[in-house]
Write a protein that binds this ligand. Structure first.
Ligand code: G4P
Length: 529
C-alpha cells in the first residue's frame, strides 16, 4: 500500500554534518551511505582532490562541469527512513551557503576529532545551529587513534559550547586498544568488527567487558562509567528528548568512521530521537509539514560557471505537501507562475529527475534567474516563509575597478550577483566605493571570475579598515537616525537599504555600541522573499 502523505513526512530525516576540516566528515558520509545501501555510489563522495582543491582549480573544475553543484544533497534509506544529508561545504569552499544550508535542516551531526576536541569551524557552525535551536547529535571520531580523555571531551562540549552533553555509549579501551563501546542506556557492548546488535552484559564489570581491557584500564573504565552514570542531569540515563529537540542537550557517541564503527548508532539516534520535517513559520501562519498543498523555500542558488549557460539551480526545501514533476507553482515574491518541469535530486555530483518529493526533501530547480534566495513557492497561497537569513560577513573588501568608465556596469553587476547570494553588497553613506562582504574567501574568487567572465568587468579587491559588520536597528526611529547621522563614515546600506555598522574590530564595535543606548546590533538578518 502506498504511504500516506503524513507517513512519508514522518519517515524523513533531513540533517547536515558540522565539523572542522579533517575531523572525518567525508569518511563518515561515505559510511552513512554504505549503511543506506547506496554502496555503488559511495565512491562518489570522496572527491578528495576536489575537496582539497586550490581555489583556482575550483574555477577550472566548475567550468569543465558546466553546472556545478557544490552543496549537494545525498538521499538514502535505512530502516524505512529516508535520510536527506545536506552537504555543508567546509574546506576552501566554506561560504555563506554553508551557514544557509543549516537553516534547511532539522538536525545536525557534530563530528569532533577525538584528538583535537572542539575546533574553530565546529564552533562557528555550532553557533549557527544554536541560533535556530537545531538538535545536535555528537559523534566523537577517530577513537581508534590516540585521543584526549573522553571525560575531558565531554567537559569541553559542556563548557565550551554551553550544551549539556550526555554520553550514550562509552569507549572501551583507547587508541590501538580501542575494542568497542559500552552502551550506557542498557547494559550491552558493541565490539569492533563484531555483530552490530552487540552483546548483552551484566554491567561494566562483566567478564565480557573486562576481557577487552588490560587490568589497569579495566579499573579506570569502571571508575569512568560510575562517574558518567552518576551525572544524569536529573533524567533517566541523563537523556531528555525534549531538551535535545530544543537544542540544549546533545547525545554523544564515540566511534571510528574509518573503521565503520559507531555509524549505526548515529543512524539509530537520528531515527529515534531526531525530529521529522518541522512545521515552517511563514509571516502569515505556521505551515504544517503534513499539509496537502505544496510549499517550499529556496535557501541556495547555484549559478552556472560556464558563461554559455546562464541558467541557475535554485535549491528548494519542500516544506509541505507533495511535489510532483510538471506541477505549476507560484513564486510569491513576484506572483509569477513557475512550472516544475525538471526538478532534480542530487547525489554527490550526480543528479536525476525528481518525480515526487515531500517535506524535508531538497530539490534543485533549474531556472534563468527568476528565483532568489529566500523565495517561497506555493500552489497559489500568498504566504512568505521566514527563516532564511543573511549572515554578517566575516571578510570585507572594497571593490577596485580598473576602468572608471565601467562604474555603472559594475554597480548593476554587483547588485545582480548580490541578489543571487554570491556576495553581500554594502554602500557606504560617505560615498566611498562599494564594499562586498563574504563568509568564505572562495566567494571573492567566484565574484571576481564572474564579473570578468559574465559582465566583462575585471576588478581587484582592497582591504578596508573595517573587519566587523552588524545590522543596526532601534525601537525609536529617532535613535537610529541620530546614530546614523553621527557615524556616517562607519555606516552603510545593504542591498535592501537596511543600515549596517562597520567597525575595525570587535572591540571597536562594542565600544561604539556601549555609547549608543537603544541601538541594537544583529549578526543575522532575515531575508523575506
Ligand atoms: P573531512 O571530510 O572532515 O575533512 O575529513 P576526512 O573524512 O577527509 O578525513 C580526514 C582524515 O582523517 C583522512 O585521512 C581520513 O582517512 C582520516 N579519518 C577519518 N575518520 C577516521 C577515523 O575514524 N580514524 C582514523 N584513524 N582516521 C580517520 P588522510 O590521511 O587525510 O586522508 P586519506 O589518506 O585517508 O585519504
Amino acid at each position: 500500500m502506498p504511504l500516506t502523505l503524513a507517513e512519508e513526512v514522518a519517515r524523513r530525516r533531513t540533517f547536515a554534518i558540522i565539523s572542522h576540516p579533517d575531523a572525518g566528515k567525508t569518511t563518515l558520509t561515505e559510511k552513512l551511505l554504505l549503511f543506506g545501501g547506496a554502496i555503488q555510489l559511495a565512491g562518489h563522495v570522496r572527491a578528495k582532490g576536489d575537496r582539497r582543491r586550490t581555489r583556482s582549480d575550483w574555477m577550472a573544475i566548475e567550468r569543465q562541469r558546466g553546472i556545478s553543484v557544490v552543496t549537494s544533497v545525498m538521499t538514502f534509506e535505512y530502516n524505512a527512513c529516508v535520510f536527506n544529508l545536506l552537504d555543508t561545504p567546509g574546506h576552501e569552499d566554506f561560504s555563506e551557503d554553508t551557514y544557509r544550508t543549516l537553516t534547511a535542516v532539522d538536525a545536525a551531526v557534530m563530528v569532533i576529532d577525538g584528538a583535537k576536541g572542539i575546533e574553530d569551524r565546529t564552533r562557528k557552525l555550532f553557533e549557527i545551529c544554536r541560533l535556530r535551536d537545531i538538535p545536535i547529535v555528537t559523534f566523537i571520531n577517530k577513537m581508534d587513534r590516540e585521543t584526549r580523555e573522553p571525560l575531558d571531551l565531554i567537559d569541553e562540549i559542556e563548557k565550551g559550547l554551553a550544551l549539556t552533553a550526555v554520553p550514550m555509549v562509552w569507549p572501551i579501551g583507547t587508541a590501538k586498544n580501542f575494542a568497542g563501546t559500552y552502551d550506557l542506556t542498557e547494559p550491552r557492548i558493541r565490539k569492533l568488527d563484531s555483530v552490530p546488535e552487540g552483546e548483552v552484559v551484566t554491567g561494566p564489570d562483566d567478564p565480557k567487558v573486562t576481557a577487552l581491557l588490560q587490568e589497569s584500564a579495566a579499573a579506570h573504565f569502571r571508575e569512568e562509567i560510575a562517574l558518567v552514570q552518576s551525572v544524569t542531569h536529573g533524567f533517566e540515563h541523563g537523556f531528555d528528548r525534549q531538551a535535545f529537540l530544543e537544542g540544549h542537550l546533545s547525545p554523544v557517541y564515540f566511534g571510528s568512521a574509518i573503521k565503520n564503527f559507531g555509524v549505526r548508532d548515529l543512524l539509530e539516534a537520528l531515527i529515534t530521537y531526531a525530529p521529522p520535517p518541522r512545521d515552517q513559520k511563514a509571516r502569515q501562519r505556521t505551515v504544517k509539514a503534513s499539509e496537502s498543498k505544496l510549499t517550499g523555500v529556496v535557501f541556495k542558488i547555484q549559478a552556472n560557471m560556464d558563461p554559455n549557460h546562464r541558467d541557475r539551480i535554485a535549491f528548494m526545501r519542500v516544506c509541505s505537501g507533495k511535489l510532483t514533476r510538471g506541477m505549476r507553482t507560484t513564486i510569491v515574491r513576484t506572483g509569477k507562475s513557475l512550472a516544475l518541469n525538471a526538478p532534480q535530486f542530487f547525489f554527490a555530483q550526480d543528479r536525476s529527475l525528481a518525480e515526487e518529493a515531500y517535506a524535508g526533501d531538497v530539490v534543485g530547480i533549474p531556472n534563468h534567474g527568476v528565483l532568489r534566495i529566500g523565495d517561497t513557492l506555493t500552489e497559489g497561497e500568498d504566504i512568505v516563509f521566514t527563516g532564511v537569513p543573511s549572515f554578517a560577513p566575516e571578510i570585507l573588501r572594497r571593490v577596485k575597478l580598473g576602468d572608471p568608465m565601467k562604474a555603472k556596469k559594475l554597480r548593476s553587476a554587483l547588485e545582480e550577483l548580490a541578489e543571487e547570494g554570491v556576495v553581500q553588497l554594502f554602500t557606504p553613506l560617505d560615498g566611498s566605493g562599494a564594499i562586498v562582504g563574504v563568509v568564505g574567501a572562495l566567494q571573492l574568487d567566484v565574484l571576481k571570475d564572474r564579473l570578468a567572465q559574465e559582465y566583462g568587468v575585471p576588478v581587484e579587491f582592497e582591504t578596508t579598515r573595517f573587519e566587523v559588520l552588524r545590522w543596526i536597528s532601534a525601537e525609536k526611529k529617532l535613535v537610529l537616525d541620530q546614530f546614523v547621522e553621527g557615524n556616517r563614515s562607519a555606516v552603510a546600506h545593504d542591498l535592501d537599504g537596511a543600515p549596517v555598522l562597520l567597525a575595525s574590530s570587535a572591540f571597536n564595535l562594542n565600544y561604539t555600541l556601549e555609547r549608543a543606548p537603544g541601538l541594537k546590533a544583529a549578526k543575522i538578518k532575515e531575508i523575506h522573499g
